[in-house]
Write a protein that binds this ligand. Sequence first.
Ligand code: COA
Ligand code: AMP
Length: 630
Amino acid sequence: MTRYAATHRLSIENPVEFWAQAAEGIDWEERWNQVLDAADGLTGRWFAGGRLNTCYNALDRHVERGRGEQAAIIYDSAVTDTKRTITYAQLLDEVTHFAGALAANGVAKGDRVIVYMPMIPEAVVAVLACARLGAVHSVVFGGFAANELATRIDDAKPTLIVSASCGIEPSRLVEYKPLLDEAIDLSRHKPSRCILLQRPQVEAPMHAGRDIDWNDAMAAAKPHACVTVEATDPLYLLYTSGTTGQPKGIVRDNGGHAVALHWSMKNIYGVEPGEVYWAASDIGWVVGHSYIIYGPLLHGNTTVLYEGKPVGTPDAGAFWRVAAEHKVAAMFTAPTAFRAIKQQDPSGELIKDYDLSGLRTLFLAGERCDPDTLHWAEDKLGIPVIDHWWQTETGWSIAANCVGIERLPVKAGSVGPAAPGWDVRTLDVNGNDVGPGEVGAIACKLPLPPGTLAGLWQAEDRFRDAYLTTFPGYYETGDAGFVDADGYINVMSRTDDVINVAGHRLSTGAIEEVLASHSDVAECAVVGAADHLKGQLPLGFLVLKAGVERDSSDIVGEAVHLVREQVGPVAAFKNAVIVPRLPKTRSGKILRGTMRKIADSEDYTVPATIEDPVVLGEIQDALGSIGYAK
Ligand code: COA
Ligand code: AMP
């Protein structure tokens, strides 16, 4: 039996022993009573009775044990041409003071704090300061519109919001403060305070009595000690798209999260404490939470915080520059970033300008990785390229070729075998295992390993309905695919209406809600059409109200603008078409899957349940007029 197979088997046959051993990597204030209390909550609780502080484990203990002078964060901002190295001792100092500032402004254990910030070190400081206080952070990605921020404010009900005056996109400055003010106006819940970092590029107006300048708050702050929390207390909420416009607030606990992420750094990513690790993502996404902030810091690594893009800041050599300059040992990004680089520098000329001898492994995740992109990266970099699969809900990999345990052969198109802790099955509609190579719904047998979702924020019924009901005894991932005879998993598509745009997860339902609010639109549908760069792009179908005779390009333009205003630029909603009717089943269900296949020029069978097959021809013609369905 391979080392991987033995490790995986132990984790499934004896999860208690397996994770108790992994938990030795964390410093506990009090050890747990039970490694896994399977009866607690809907899916069980890890390390019940254990007490710890996640910030202590990410910072204080490293300083106490001699890592004070090691870089904790290397901030590399290609968009402002700034670089800054922050040691563990310096980061600890900033975090203790910011925790003091939060406490002085009314934040206590269990309170929520929304962090709406760009990729700057202060965002990491804010997150860790919340963890230090036992407050629950919820980071909101900067590319969302005010309306999306307002939805999250109303759900999380934060005591305080931490923000900055602007984010910097290569083509424009994104002023955060007007978006923040608008979101607070829109929301029913009002935070009592906002702490705002003024970046030099934009000076934001302050709201007297509510807004406090970051520097003033820090100057007045006294350092704050770690507040011990239960292992099962929430560390953070992270909202992600589901099938409706209402995002899901994924709850992550403290104890299981610290254990799993610490374990993953060595076992999945194969790095040792002290090495430089770089996740080129954004702190607004789960990858940023787990592998820009918590994983590397819990493990005593140096993390790179990169504010820039893979291309255009200034060129397609940006990733190689950062990796070479900061001696990155392991790197993690989304395939879309590599597709963008490959498009601009197909022969990888720019790679030759940099010394990448320290880079051992490249990890990809966030969307399906096409074999072409994988092979290109392997060929140009000459190192193992590991695709691995996970979700906001799971917090770390469900499937991965765990190079720290044993590097197995890479199979292009596959996300590797199940990671230790994960009992992955492919099921038919009746919940029976389909055979190797057969496509089914991918589900994971309960209990889930530590570090995965503890539930949805104050929505137990939704948690049960969304993940635990279709296949009793399993967690339903929402992905479909197959497992080959060697146990390698292939994730092929979603089973719901979630789409994946440049590694960003979006709900077609949320975009449809916005389109439906246009005064001329009677009915609409959104599908994810294939895109060679971003994987998928949302494509809208609009049916107009009877009697509307306005210019259709005006209506499409307004619809595009509306989605940008309501969901945000990150939705990348640029294409819509007006159609006379939507194809539906006789029971009224919109045939989105068939529409997507027509848009992508794929073969399709006319569904037996379709109300009127003629509609499909109308869809084909309309799509042809905007360059789809060729
Ligand atoms: N704040 C405000 N706006 C943002 C933003 C942020 N943090 N991030 C992105 N946006 C905006 C962009 O400016 C763009 O707006 P535009 O329509 O005015 O051009 C829009 O949202 C879409 O952004 P993006 O998806 O980044 O597309 P792009 O065309 O600018 O760049 C890539 C394409 C491939 C280079 C880019 O998508 C990328 O780097 N992807 C990596 C994906 C990734 O890290 N995923 C995380 C999961 S691991
Ligand atoms: P998110 O929660 O934003 O991380 O998105 C999770 C979803 O992205 C998964 O459910 C998959 O649909 C998709 N995904 C993530 N990683 C991969 C991968 N390596 N291969 C295929 N799909 C992936």
